[in-house]
Ligand binder design. Structure first.
Ligand SMILES: Cc1ncc(COP(=O)(O)O)c(C=O)c1O
Length: 431
């Protein structure tokens, strides 16, 4: 193990033994290089003749760049072309943290780390898995999850998923979570949650959120050491009044010494910049010393350094300018309204035709996000229906985990009824 990792671990172990114990072997080995190129460059920052930097500079010390490319971008080349740094642009990290608190008032007064910038949420999930999951570990997860978790977490890190049914009737099956967190041998328990959920488009109601929080707390009180991974990819897109608008992370942050909550979020879906590749990893524990957060941030930055090295600078700069723009909130609200209007249309179409459709399919509970799912009647072959929809009805859907997922986020309002009618016809033909 690198001596820097050994030193970091000694400090972390003495200040926060529970957090240290949650780390995987790779997490223990992770460190941010304090000698070597990065730190030597840092030390030389501001020198008159600086021959450390791994980029090219013009004679006036501005970054070398292709003029025709720079003309396409309305930003200072310094904010575009150089590396952004492994943890991300410092102002961006601070801004995102303050935005997290604005969007999650439950975080007010609670301690969290500074968010570390990742190359979007997939990368955040990968780094989190690297730092906290050893081969053979088990992740407790509801059975409706983003399919890429299989490749990104389960197969990449050789872990098992202990799944419980997502739903119970019209709401969530929290008994499944409770059974796994409160029963069985006491030890390390890793839980992954994603709300608004992909594929279901479901977010816990306020009551369900309270229940989730109390289950996690009760499990911690039993002596379990809990790592709660909150994938907040679709954060903010909640369309019903009784649904909790805050992240599980905000409710669970600081709940008990035995709980480390990790928020994986970012601009991808929240700000409609899927290709920008900007996400964040943020930590929250109870009464953690600021140094503990710094150590976790260093280990995370180490994971970034040894994977993509740093997230894109241009994307961070563009987003930072946008977040500070006076029209940002208004513009974002307009897009929320667009998606909510489609959600309302889905509800209206199902209210009108749901009885007829129910011969072949029924909606699963949904209240948020980009998607909703329908469960097919017994005997229907979802994949065959999906193919008929493409071939005969010019309509694309996803068949996953035994249900059909409809991304109404991508369907024009006027086409939503037709989408369901096409599905109905395709089912009818297949029967
Ligand atoms: C639940 C969930 N988490 C994470 C991601 C990955 O997002 P990103 O594009 O930021 O890597 C997705 C993308 O579809 C998702 O649905």
């Amino acid at each position: 193990m690198n001596p820097l990792a050994v030193k970091l671990n000694e400090k972390l172990k003495s200040k926060a033994p529970v957090i240290f114990g949650l780390l995987s072997q790779k997490g223990k080995e992770s460190y941010f290089p304090k000698s070597g190129i990065l730190s030597q460059s840092m030390q030389a920052k501001g020198t008159a003749i600086n021959a450390t930097i791994g980029i090219a500079l013009e004679n006036d010390q501005s970054p070398v760049h292709i003029r025709s490319l720079a003309k396409l971008i309305n930003l200072d080349p310094k904010k575009v072309f150089p590396y952004a740094g492994c943890s991300g642009i410092p102002e961006m990290r601070k801004k995102w943290k303050s935005m997290q608190v604005e969007k999650n008032p439950a975080l007010e007064g609670k301690s969290t780390s500074l968010p570390v910038v990742t190359a979007a949420l997939s990368h955040g999930l990968s780094i989190t898995s690297l730092l906290f999951l050893d081969p053979g570990d088990t992740v407790i997860i509801a059975d409706k999850y983003w399919g890429n978790y299989n490749m990104l977490v389960k197969e990449r890190y050789d872990v098992n998923f202990d799944m419980y049914p997502f739903y119970d009737g019209d709401g969530m099956n929290l008994q499944g979570l409770e059974d796994r967190l409160l029963n069985g041998p006491v030890g390390k328990k890793v839980v992954a949650m994603n709300f608004p959920n992909n594929p279901t488009g479901y977010t816990p109601t306020k009551l369900e959120m309270e229940k989730i929080t109390s289950i996690v707390k009760a499990s911690a009180e039993l002596g379990n050491h809990i790592l709660l991974i909150c994938d907040d990819a679709y954060f903010g897109l909640v369309y019903e009044d009784d649904v909790d608008t805050q992240s599980v992370f905000a409710h669970v942050a600081g709940i008990h010494e035995n709980v480390l909550a990790i928020k994986i979020d970012g601009a991808t879906k929240e700000d409609y910049v899927w290709g920008f590749r900007v996400g964040f990893i943020t930590y929250a524990g109870k009464d953690l010393d600021k140094n503990v957060y710094t150590m976790l941030e260093e280990k995370t930055a180490g994971g970034i350094r040894n994977s993509v090295s740093s997230a894109p600078h241009i994307s961070q700069s563009l987003l930072l300018e946008t977040y500070n723009h006076p029209d940002y909130v208004k513009d974002k609200q307009a897009k929320y309204k667009l998606l909510r209007s489609r959600y309302n249309e889905v509800k209206a179409v199902l209210a009108k035709n749901g009885e007829r459709y129910s011969e072949y399919f029924k909606p699963l509970p949904y209240n948020s996000g980009y998607f909703m799912c329908v469960a097919l009647a017994d005997g229907l072959d979802g994949d065959a229906i999906r193919k008929v929809l493409i071939e005969k009805y010019n309509t694309g859907t996803i068949f996953i985990s035994g249900v059909i997922r409809l991304a109404y986020s991508a369907v024009a309002l006027d086409n939503i009824e037709q989408l369901f009618e096409n599905l109905y016809q395709a089912c009818k033909e297949q029967k």
